[in-house]
Design a protein around this ligand. Sequence first.
Ligand SMILES: [Zn+2]
Length: 170
Amino acid sequence: MRRRGRQAWLISRAQSILDNMHCPFCQNPDTKVVDTRISDDGHSIRRRRECPKCSKRFTTLETTMLLVVKRSGNVEQFDRNKVISGVRKACQGRPINEDDLKMLGQKVEEDLRSRGLAQVKSDEVGKAILKPLRDLDMVAYMRFASVYQNFENLEDFQRAIDELKGASSE
Ligand SMILES: [Zn+2]
């Protein structure tokens, strides 16, 4: 019960940070984001905003929480390192180093945060991993996709391979 209460608090807090971005000049509640940068540790976002009413620009440093809703219904803070450790196994024996993994973790986080949502489903995290992993290494991608997407038979693999061929000839 206490745990649920904390989760609800986390969600409403994250949402209120996103919602309450008034213009500091004219208090207009509606502001437009013109540039977004995520800090290296992934815990804060610097946004350049513009007020559509008075046209003034200002910068906000937001430490918004990105929450992941797991299949069990539990909610936890997004952790880039969990993405990396989830992918690492699929990368065994492949020419992928720690820097590649770090970069992948960053891309996944940027993708998820760019959606502007306070929470995402764990499935969405898995999906966000697929594309950057495909760009990194096809074999690691196939390994990860086969587990993540529950490949059960040869047809599943064949379909994924066909998709890969289609994607690489684009
Ligand atoms: Zn304004």
